[in-house]
Design a protein around this ligand. Structure first.
Ligand SMILES: Cc1cc2nc3c(=O)[nH]c(=O)nc-3n(C[C@H](O)[C@H](O)[C@H](O)COP(=O)(O)OP(=O)(O)OC[C@H]3O[C@@H](n4cnc5c(N)ncnc54)[C@H](O)[C@@H]3O)c2cc1C
Length: 446
């Protein structure tokens, strides 16, 4: 079995495009869907255009962690809000989201890691979270049959999990019931500008007039914005994941150390993944942004497997055009879903690490494996801001942790679009930080 949402999956959302809407959202991941949800709740007419399928890219492929723990202090208040929205949605929608507050556990093998965890608790205290540092004994007591030599852990019991490829389409279905028009297999080729401001979008199915556009295009945002002269230093890394066959429960929540991460799934298996290892395709954008990524690269160099070229049609593949005509198929139509092959060698190591940590279970059997392209920014926090083109808002670069924060971020972006107070300080996420004299400060990436 491969990833359940593919280019050949039937279209589930086929809303009829109106000639005009208040807002058009580019991208049907969790950020686009939840932005549309909250805009519609405030009475606006909204269209979500998705070139492939809802949750076909990152929002369906992620680990399913809904965590406050380890977040950048700029994101944390939005994440606290997001968790309360998840709880409300789960109460309203029932089991469908797979949402459960089973906690997040970060496992430490060294004193240095424990010090890092301890430093982060300053932020949890500021928001009265239930985060605690656990001793080695307390840690081992939480994990049935564990044999790994963990010295302690960081634990937030109120953190949660959900089932990504089920939850995001389920949220989209409710958004549709609320009146959001959602259209899959509908790439937005570009913006239609009049007198320098947004007047609409050009999609492969025709033009939609609108006053506001939200770019929530995940790993494609740099390409999309670049065609309109807006440069963002976004790059993507390939992250591999596997789902195991059902197995006895050793821990009901989400846990990780440097070697591997696992999350209990609703089907009785675990989603397992490397803790830090990923693959990176070298391309033109990568060369251009090399300097600005040096601080994170230095931290991450040994866990990166560099590869010479991305598969054909990927946003930073060598042959992908940076400019195109609005009257012909664009790069977004040529590659509807980023579905890279997972790195099976890395996943094999994860199976070994899991078996070593839980010897009574042995090597977990894999039911399926997949990979996703994580869109990142050099400081590992997103851009959530108005663009220099009036009417254009950017919400992208969630940097590997946009699933959990998705509902809260959707509420924030909706208010930002409407020019209302958002209730949080968004200065950490401003677009200009990459072009003014700001120092790039990477987030904790714990
Ligand atoms: C392996 C992996 C593990 C992760 N684990 C976690 C986790 O446990 N917890 C967590 O919080 N986060 C996690 N993340 C990160 C999280 O999945 C992302 O941050 C989040 O899903 C980003 O949502 P998005 O809506 O911004 O982007 P996406 O989900 O990538 O959606 C963007 C959508 O835009 C569409 N699109 C692009 N261009 C166009 C266009 N021109 N026209 C129309 N449509 C377009 C794309 O097809 C895509 O569907 C993980 C990610 C991966 C890949």
């Amino acid at each position: 079995m491969s990833f359940p949402i593919s280019e050949t999956s039937p279209v589930r959302f086929a809303g009829a495009l109106p000639p005009r809407a208040d807002v058009v959202v580019v991208g049907g991941g969790v950020i686009g869907v939840m932005t549309a949800w909250f805009l519609r709740e405030k009475g606006l007419s909204v269209v979500v255009c998705e070139k492939g399928h809802i949750a076909g890219e990152q929002s369906g492929r992620n680990w399913g962690w809904v965590r406050q723990q380890g977040r950048d202090p700029g994101e944390l208040p939005i994440m606290v809000e997001s968790l309360s929205i998840w709880k409300r949605l789960a109460a309203e929608m029932g089991e469908g989201l797979g949402f459960k507050q089973t906690g997040v556990l970060y496992l430490a093998k060294t004193e240095r890691e424990i010090e890092g965890f301890e430093a982060w608790t300053e932020h949890s205290r500021a928001h009265q979270l239930d985060t605690r540092l656990l001793t080695a004994g307390e840690t081992m007591a939480m994990l049935k049959g564990a044999a790994a030599p963990w010295k302690g852990a960081l634990w937030t019991a109120s953190d949660a999990r959900a089932e990504p490829w089920v939850a995001v389409p389920a949220l989209a279905a409710v958004a549709e019931e609320k009146g959001v028009v959602i259209r899959e297999a509908c790439a937005v080729r570009g913006l239609d500008l009049a007198a320098g401001r947004v007047a609409g979008v050009v999609t492969e199915a025709g033009r939609i007039a609108c006053d506001h556009v939200v770019v929530a295009a995940g790993a494609w945002s740099r390409l999309f914005l670049g065609a309109h002269g807006i440069s963002i230093p976004q790059l993507s890394v390939l992250a591999s994941v596997a789902a195991t066959e059902p197995m006895p429960e050793i821990f009901p929540g989400n846990a990780a150390d440097d070697d591997f991460a696992f999350r209990r799934r609703a089907d009785g298996g675990y989603s397992i993944a490397p803790g830090a290892r990923h693959d990176f395709f070298i391309g033109r954008d990568a060369f251009r942004s090399f300097g600005v990524y040096l601080p994170v690269l230095k931290k991450d160099f040994r866990s990166t497997n560099f590869r010479l070229a991305a598969p054909k049609g990927f946003p930073d593949a060598w042959g992908t055009p940076r400019r195109w005509s609005m009257d012909a198929p664009s790069p977004f139509e040529r590659r509807r879903i980023l579905n890279p092959a997972p790195n099976m060698q890395t996943l094999g190591e994860v199976q070994e690490n899991f078996a070593r940590a839980f010897p009574s279970l042995g090597r977990p059997k894999l039911k399926t494996a997949w990979a996703g392209m994580i869109d990142s920014l050099p400081d590992v926090v997103p851009i959530v801001d108005h663009a220099p083109i009036p009417g254009l808002t950017i919400a992208t670069g969630m940097s590997g942790h946009g699933f959990g924060i998705g509902p809260g971020m959707g509420r924030v972006v909706a208010d930002l679009v409407m020019g209302r107070p958002v209730g949080h300080d968004l200065s950490r996420f401003r677009l200009s930080r990459f072009s003014d004299v700001s120092r790039i400060e990477p987030g904790p990436s714990l």
